[in-house]
Design a binder for this molecule. Structure first.
Ligand code: MOS
Length: 774
């Protein structure tokens, strides 16, 4: 970088840190969340009720079409051919037999693919949606084993699959780095623009001087995305505009990104995605949508592309492996004097995300000194990406196992050790917590789980062949609210419709948002509909980072503020509300009433009727998320596991699991419990079975289907108990914090700690398969 460039960056950096300081010091009242959301006080509304999914009946009847089920007139089917080398060039592609095969409409390779702009890599711009910025089928280069190198369109899926098998390709191979051992230089990683490092005091010196210490290396393997619904898109070009039925957690981002790639105006791309069968960070923009759109343009036919399970492994990245050192120093009372958490994780040259495993450690414990760092290096593999609780899922594995090891050394109960190190303010940023009740979650959880029945001496409980143990660990995930939230309310005499570009991936968005809007507007649940899952609706809202509920919630709150203002104007002087300002009224009983004089009331229908208005349409936008720079905001949880390990075979069975959460107010106990359990089940997989196996010689994923990539099935999952504190966060919309990702955090360590308590074997190399226990 030039001196001018460096100087500019230094000035920008200084300006940023001044702004950061100003936001930290600003009075609460100036910030979003500075005044508690009035809904936090509301007692008898929809929020907190276990409402069944509003989209449930449609899904049960099979009447909710997913992206690969939408049928378009004249549609053809796509199949992809994937590279069989990790790195190099395509020398020859023989497509003759494929082109002559029955039903084939088009064979597309880099030779005839339309010229496209590179995909905007996720986080590189506000609406960037792509998992990587590799130019899609633009040249003869191969960057990973499995990269799409040809696409076939045919009249049926079977014809496309058959023709694809007839393509013959030769390559000039180049040496590739496909494992941590063969990777090049390690550099400090960055995540969402921030360097992945933190330093408070001299942690190495404090660690060296500590009377009690643990120093260990933990390893976690790569993981692949395995959403119930494999990635798919059905799309068509009409008059130069592109219409995409996608399975995505980012409709607005995807429309903008596709427009950039194809050189279109943003409003020339329309993305619809009302039903998504699981996302977990993997359902963003990958090569398949781009290739299908390019082929549809070449062939002038609508196209459906549905990745096979194996296809998902080739095209969509997953979680990177990690090698983490955690060193903890403590005094005789178990107070931490040093936390060192550093290590390495690979990424690819084209992706932006080194697995940020130090994130949970930043706010975990009140240590006097802290040293955190993620170093990263580049591998020639499919771009790694976000996967449920990136950072926290595997970071808590290392940190929370180390805490268990330290507790044993100190002769302290592992919960007591954690409580002794509860921080009063965020240990790294120094900010106050918006709300932190981890101790309450531990107390409630320990009581319910029967923690007092745990024998701290490992291998002390045996039932026949089975060694039985208990373990616990802390769960944590940050509260995010990303910029760009907006929503529209259309109110008429019968009720209200909310329009927002949000996503329903099975977690209950449509239901929870209907509940929230009903309370916000003072309407019965039946009088509210929520339209979502379409890029033409307001807002740039990511179903990710466990932030969608907050983002939509605040957007609707802002739109409601507009609505109240407009209604008061329409009500005029003949209304019982005459002369009142927006701050003096609230929504209740399908109308507005004065806060301290409920007799002064007029219904929406009456206000609209007198004004001669059939409906009222307002839109609101959420302010920038400055609250997350003012408070330290996190969801918390205490995880409890009982594991049984067979002394003869090494087989581990989780027999009981409890998650005790502190995630603010819970909007819908039914869908929330399901979110928590789903996260915990994914955590059981992380603990005991999930592992993507890459052949180091070829960079090819060897276990690329669900036959070989092991996930927990029903018999692997015990009854999972979930409880929560339900203590509202005074600084978030509805008092709620995120719940989508926290379940997978802490779970791996809780299982490992239970296995240790059962067997006396400390496995630091995940997953904990039976061979490691023999
Ligand atoms: Mo998530 S990994 O933010 O979908």
């Amino acid at each position: 970088m030039s001196i001018v460039g460096k100087g500019k960056r230094a000035i920008q950096g200084a300006a940023q840190s001044v702004m950061k300081k100003a936001i930290e010091l600003a009075p609460d009242s100036l910030l979003p969340g500075g005044r508690p959301d009035p809904l936090i006080r509301r007692q008898h509304g929809q929020i907190g009720r276990p409402v069944s999914r509003v989209d449930g009946p449609l899904k049960v009847r099979g009447a909710a079409p997913f992206a690969a089920e939408v049928a378009l007139e004249g549609m053809v089917y796509a199949a992809l051919a994937h590279s069989t080398i990790a790195k190099g060039r395509i020398l020859t592609i023989d497509t003759g037999r494929a082109e002559a095969a029955p039903g084939v409409v088009l064979v597309m390779t880099h030779r005839n693919a339309p010229r496209l702009n590179p995909p905007p890599r996720f986080l590189s711009a506000a609406k960037a949606a792509a998992g990587d910025d590799v130019p899609v089928m633009q040249d003869d280069r191969v960057r990973w084993n499995g990269e799409p190198v040809a696409l076939v369109l045919a009249e049926t899926q079977e014809q496309a699959d058959h023709a694809r098998s007839l393509i013959r390709i030769t390559y000039a191979e180049e040496p590739a780095a496909t494992s941590l051992a063969t990777a090049g230089a390690h550099e400090v990683g960055t995540f969402m623009g921030e360097p992945l490092s933190a330093k408070i005091g001299d942690a190495e010196a404090a660690f060296a001087a500590a009377p009690h210490k643990v120093d260990a290396v933990y390893r976690t393997p790569p993981h692949n995305h395995n959403a119930l619904e494999p990635h798919a898109a059905t799309l068509v070009w009409r008059d130069g505009a592109l219409f995409v039925h996608d399975a995505t957690q980012a409709v607005a981002h995807t429309a903008w990104s596709l427009a950039r790639i194809f050189g279109l105006e943003e409003d020339q791309v329309h993305v619809s995605s009302p039903y998504v069968g699981g996302g977990f960070g993997g359902k963003t923009l990958w090569q398949h949508q781009i290739l299908a759109a390019a082929a549809a343009r070449l062939a002038d036919r609508p196209v459906r592309i549905a990745l096979s399970r194996e296809g998902v492994y080739r095209v969509v990245g997953g979680r990177s492996p990690t090698e983490q050192r955690v060193a903890l120093g403590a005094d005789a009372d178990g107070r931490l004097t040093a936390i060192i958490h550093r290590g390495v994780t690979p990424k690819t040259p084209h992706s932006a995300m080194p697995e940020p495993f130090i994130l949970p450690t930043q706010s975990a414990y009140a240590a006097k000194t802290i040293a955190l760092e993620v170093r990263t290096c580049d591998l020639d593999l499919v771009a790694n990406t976000f996967m449920r609780a990136p950072g926290e899922a595997v970071g808590t594995v290392a940190l929370e196992c180390a805490m268990d090891e330290l507790a044993e050394q100190l002769g302290l109960d592992p919960i007591e050790l954690r409580l002794r190190n509860e921080p009063e303010t965020d240990p790294v940023s120094g900010r106050p917590f918006s709300s932190r009740n981890l101790a309450v979650a531990y107390r409630l959880g320990a009581q319910r789980f029967g923690w007092d029945r745990r024998n701290p001496v490992p291998r002390s409980r045996r039932e026949g062949e089975w060694l039985v143990g208990m373990g616990c660990a802390t769960a944590t995930y940050p509260y995010h609210r990303m910029p760009g939230g907006a929503a529209r309310i259309t109110l008429d005499a019968g009720g209200a419709r909310i329009d927002v570009a949000a996503h329903e991936m099975g977690m209950g968005t449509a239901t929870a948002q209907a509940q929230i809007a009903a309370d916000r507007l003072g309407l019965p649940l039946e009088a509210v509909t929520v339209r979502y899952g379409d890029s033409s609706l307001p807002g740039v809202i990511l179903a990710g980072g466990s932030q969608q509920t907050a983002s939509v919630g605040l957007s609707v709150m802002m739109a409601h503020r507009e609505l109240v203002g407009e209604l008061l104007k329409l009500a005029g002087n003949d209304s019982p509300l005459a002369g009142l300002g927006a701050e003096e009224v609230e929504s209740a009983d399908a109308g507005l009433r004065k806060l301290d004089d409920p007799g002064r009331f007029e219904s929406y229908a009456s206000i609209l009727g007198r004004a001669g208005r059939g409906e009222l349409v307002v839109e609101g936008s959420a302010p920038m998320p400055l609250e997350t720079m003012h408070w330290s905001m996190h969801s918390h949880g205490a995880m409890f596991c009982e594991a049984r390990v067979n002394a003869v075979t090494g087989e581990t069975r989780v027999s009981r699991f409890l998650g005790s959460f502190d995630c603010g107010r819970i909007v819908n106990p039914k869908t929330a419990a399901s979110q928590f359990r789903g996260g915990i089940i994914m955590g059981l997989g992380l603990a005991l079975m999930e592992e993507t196996q890459v052949d180091g010689r070829t960079g090819r994923i060897m276990n690329r289907t669900l036959a070989d990539y092991h996930l927990p099935v029903h018999l692997d999952v015990p009854e999972i108990d979930v409880i929560w504190t339900d203590i509202p966060d005074p600084h978030t919309p509805m008092g709620a914090r995120g719940i989508g990702e926290i379940g997978i955090t802490g779970t791996g360590a809780a299982v490992a700690n239970a296995v240790y308590n059962a067997t006396g074997r400390r496995v630091r190399d995940f997953p904990i398969t039976l061979d490691k226990l023999l």
